[in-house]
Design a protein around this ligand. Sequence first.
Ligand SMILES: Nc1nc2c(c(=O)[nH]1)N[C@H]1C(S)=C(S)[C@@H](COP(=O)(O)OP(=O)(O)OC[C@H]3O[C@@H](n4cnc5c(=O)[nH]c(N)nc54)[C@H](O)[C@@H]3O)O[C@H]1N2
Ligand SMILES: Nc1nc2c(c(=O)[nH]1)N[C@H]1C(S)=C(S)[C@@H](COP(=O)(O)OP(=O)(O)OC[C@H]3O[C@@H](n4cnc5c(=O)[nH]c(N)nc54)[C@H](O)[C@@H]3O)O[C@H]1N2
Ligand code: SF4
Ligand SMILES: [Mo]
Length: 711
Amino acid sequence: METTHYRACHICEAICGLEIKTNALGDIVAIKGDKNDPFSQGYICPKGTALQDIHQDPDRLRGPVKKVNGAWQSISWQQALDEVADKLVAIAEQHGNNAIGSYTGNPAVHSYGLLTHGQNFLSLFRSRNRFSATSVDQLPQQLTSLLMFGHQLLVPIPDIDRTQLMIIIGGNPMASNGSMMTVPNFRGRIKALQKRGGQLVVIDPRKSETAQIADQHLFVRPGSDAAMLLAMINIVLNKGWQNSQPLDAHLKNTAELAKLVAPFTPQAVAAITGIDEPTLREVTQKFAQEPKAVIYGRMGVSVQEFGTVCQWAIYLLNILTGKLDQPGGAMFTLPAWDNAAPGTRAGGFARWHSRVRQLPEFNGELPSCTMAEEITTPGDGQIKAMVTLAGNPVLSNAHGKALDAALDSLEFMVSIDYYINETTRHADIILPPSSPLERNHYDIAFNSFAVRNVARFNPAIFAKPEGAQHDWQISEALAEKIAQRLGREYQAKPTPEQMLDYSLQHGPYGAKNNHPQALSLASLQEHPNNLDLGALQSCLPERLSSEDKKIDCAPQVVIADLARVEQHLLGDKHLQSQQNNKQLKLISRRHVRSNNSWMHNYQRLVKGKDRSDLLIHPEDANARNLSSGDQVILKSRTGSIQVPVTVSEEIMPGVISLPHGYGHQRDGVSLTVAQTVAGQSINDITDNQLIDAVSGNTALNSVWVSVEKIA
Ligand SMILES: Nc1nc2c(c(=O)[nH]1)N[C@H]1C(S)=C(S)[C@@H](COP(=O)(O)OP(=O)(O)OC[C@H]3O[C@@H](n4cnc5c(=O)[nH]c(N)nc54)[C@H](O)[C@@H]3O)O[C@H]1N2
Ligand SMILES: Nc1nc2c(c(=O)[nH]1)N[C@H]1C(S)=C(S)[C@@H](COP(=O)(O)OP(=O)(O)OC[C@H]3O[C@@H](n4cnc5c(=O)[nH]c(N)nc54)[C@H](O)[C@@H]3O)O[C@H]1N2
Ligand code: SF4
Ligand SMILES: [Mo]
């Protein structure tokens, strides 16, 4: 007897609908794409099938463990939660609230209970030392949304199903399946675009999997995009291609733009970007003159030294050429749980600064590049205890070795995670949540970034085993115990399901809003294969969150950074260092069978050829007498690693590419399969001092490294 379950995949942002069959013994017998999901239409990637491997993985912790004399021992939930609460409260009382640091990782955004409840126990400490994966990722984009539209989650999404021209800068959705753009079956959607006569243009230092299916690919030098984008704005304004008419009355600070971009002529930027003047003019014209076009930038333009300027310039190009808020352009979603509605958390910026380096706060968090120094620098406010929540910063953050050492020096560390990995091995106690298939699922975050308005709730496939705790229950239990020890009253929060029901009912399609959909949790459950709420709709100026209901086209903090862009990118100094420097620029890459640092423990995904190799261009390989398979030492300011090379014309001369998330061969890691494909961590040579100066986001890409052959 088989049972069929429907469920959105929680691994990446594409949120594909899955059809999961289980047998009477409770084993998963098949995972396929759900053909009845109107959004993903049966699409699935290899990681979707691997959900069963996560569930069955013998290395996945099923109950709390405590390190005693260097060895892990199982302990009861009661003991674990009590000890964690005791320790955190004692440290906060002795050293102050800022002594409690925390880092929240990417999977938290894929677990709706963690989004609703994950921070509840941490909030009791009101510590300024909160960090997350946001600041090694999309921080510049959320900051730009806050500065221009008044809300960190008002992110313009490419209307891929109706566009005729999509320009992707520094994104590789063929491998990543899309990001800040929830787009199941990107390949199918691009095929449809090309079939209706449209085009895909990719601008990337690597001829990525996405560039390979594009109609046009331009190599751009890593880190130089800001100059290219400012030159594109310059061209648009000089040619009189500005066409922002429907929005004109709602734009402010446009008058100064022409002067601001004046130094960035297409001639002036060509040498630094590697894109010649006629080509940049041609692409810009094509974009400006196509009514249904969109320009979109992701990791490549976000985790670099000019991340905020890049995202601002991208938003601005869409605005100035009339693509914002128009079908086929860059549009805002209207999700059923509307986390950009009035009264929601718009985000704040620079309300305080980090203690050691004075970097700005965003949305209550400090940039994670400051984490190690905040742990190791003595003084008032030094972090003495760390909490990691669904994160693996030792592999995912720059200068991982510094963080590795810093975590080792803490008085206390607790991890809410189900693996003993490179980060959690430093913990004193690990609290593992229930398996993902044992929890209910709703995409609070990704419905907000989806290329159509959709909503879907799916109940857990398996009941959680006796005694197991969901992520959110761990947080609630800790909150209660911590409050008790602090002598405070703790008001238990409604459950995630109750919060979801409330948000749906009061949301834009809600029963309480008199919408014909009359959405509630109960009515949504009648659509287990996903509920389609239609294509994205124009919604400006109503949806703007800024007080004056205007779009700020020249936010002060961004404008102030243009001098730095000019100095670094147009200055002779930079060009000279490019020419004289024997070093190469290191960038990152993703592979469809992997996901950040934590999916190498499943045989199904890691089998086949090694994917942790360094890509190097034939010219740079010849100069070092290298051929494919040779081992090299990569050295940067922060460290060195040894990796195998693959010589390939896929990568630009002067640039090398390595995936992140490897480096599993370390003492105390319990990842049986991952350790057989250990690789090296790129973040042992990336630099936590190399940042986007506006936001403090780490510039993981475009790090200078030397490459030497090993005899
Ligand atoms: N050089 C370089 N570095 C990068 C990047 C890059 O492109 N280049 N990308 C960056 C980006 S975009 C990101 S988002 C970060 C990711 O960085 P992190 O979020 O720090 O790391 P992950 O690899 O996602 O680790 C996730 C952790 O969560 C655990 N986990 C998985 N599911 C759950 C769950 O449901 N509940 C709980 N409690 N734990 C869970 C896993 O066991 C693992 O320990 O890495 C960044 N680092
Ligand atoms: N299979 C898989 N899917 C994933 C993930 C994963 O690890 N594996 N991670 C998920 C997460 S957390 C995220 S945030 C998303 C990320 O999603 P994407 O941003 O689409 O993914 P990346 O592969 O990081 O793409 C970055 C691209 O930028 C290019 N690049 C690097 N430096 C520069 C530069 O200076 N300028 C320009 N123009 N391009 C540059 C790289 O060559 C690469 O092609 O993917 C998500 N999906
Ligand atoms: S693309 Fe793959 S990992 Fe991402 S949601 Fe779909 S099946 Fe899951
Ligand atoms: Mo990410």
